[in-house]
Design a protein around this ligand. Structure first.
Ligand code: SF4
Length: 319
């Protein structure tokens, strides 16, 4: 799989050209809601990663090439199939990309490594950072995000707060319930999250629920509870916009060449499971047409089906 995918319509960032700067499935967390499959490789830092990270010049060259041929792009977004800040060349890559485009560059991160000076400085070089904070207390953090040992939510929240003084922050809170792991949407857990947000003072809070199937049985928080939490946060955090992230990105047409469609479908499915409609939105083409490509990819053994919550999702098979 390549370094660049999309542009795909993002629920938060418009048309987003995705950058995947880490070897597949490498992360510092093992979140109960993760959509990336059970083969995740959980590490403390880049020194534990045996695969090669894409170098800054490789990343910049892939972005430059993609911008020559792709349709409209609102953001160049570092995220992908693992924790992007594990890549030690992130700041350098941003600097190089700025040499050939003015398109804003965003970072989606689980926040864990922002406590490290070099990662903090790299994150501060972005135009926008979307750090996750799913818990305000250590117990909920350990149950929901399941970090490798050694991470402390107090330190991570402190680093996000410092970053919010340097660069716009949209704080992402994923709300889930699970029989096995409990919930981060109880009154007590939300009170703890609100205290952290008060200290961080982000430019915006995005309340999110999983919309695609994780490997483990995890339920999204129901819409009514989400609304209650949103209202409670707005009252407790005057001046901080609290946005409930819509379930689907707005559909926007794109000029994808026919021969690119199969590889785009595989690229998107390698990062996250999708329904036919998700893919149709993502690619800007008719769901019936997506169905034809999915049938061909299924016959070729490149993708497989998975049922979740009564809906049929497609996932890419490991190469
Ligand atoms: S931080 Fe993201 S990639 Fe890492 S385990 Fe959690 S959901 Fe998966």
């Amino acid at each position: 799989m390549g370094i660049v995918y999309g542009p795909v319509p993002s629920r938060r960032l418009g048309m987003s050209l995705g950058i995947d700067p880490v070897p597949r499935l490498v992360c510092t967390f093992d979140c109960v809601y993760c959509q990336l499959g059970k083969k995740r490789f959980v590490v403390h830092g880049p020194e534990e990663v045996t695969e090669q990270f894409p170098t800054p010049d490789k990343i910049a060259a892939a972005v430059e090439e993609a911008l020559k041929t792709r349709a409209h792009v609102d953001y160049i977004t570092f995220s992908g199939s693992g924790e992007p800040t594990l890549n030690p060349g992130l700041g350098e890559a941003v600097k190089m990309i700025r040499g050939f485009t003015d398109i804003p560059i965003a970072l989606i991160t689980n926040s864990s490594l922002l406590t490290l000076a070099e990662v903090f400085d790299a994150a501060a070089a972005f135009d926008l950072v979307l750090p996750s904070l799913d818990a305000g207390d250590q117990d909920t953090f350990l149950r929901i995000n399941r970090p490798v040992p050694g991470f402390e939510i107090e330190e991570i929240a402190g680093a996000i707060a410092r970053l919010a003084r340097r660069v716009p922050i949209w704080l992402e809170v994923m709300l889930v319930r699970s029989e096995e792991h409990g919930s981060n949407a109880t009154d007590a857990a939300i009170a703890a999250i609100i205290e952290k947000i008060r200290m961080i003072r982000p430019h915006e809070v995005n309340l999110n629920i999983p919309v695609r199937p994780p490997e483990e049985p995890v339920d999204p928080v129901p819409a009514g509870r989400l609304e209650e939490i949103s209202t409670r946060m707005e009252r407790a955090l005057p001046g901080v916009p609290v946005v409930v992230v819509p379930k689907r990105a707005p559909s926007r047409s794109k000029l994808l060449r026919e021969e690119e469609i199969s590889s785009e479908i595989l690229r998107v499915l390698a990062v996250r499971p999708c329904t036919t409609v998700d893919l149709a939105d993502s690619l800007g083409i008719d769901p019936a047409e997506v169905g034809k490509y999915l049938a061909r990819l299924g016959e070729a053994g490149r993708i497989e089906r998975r049922m979740q919550g009564g809906r049929l999702y497609y996932v890419a098979k490991e190469a």
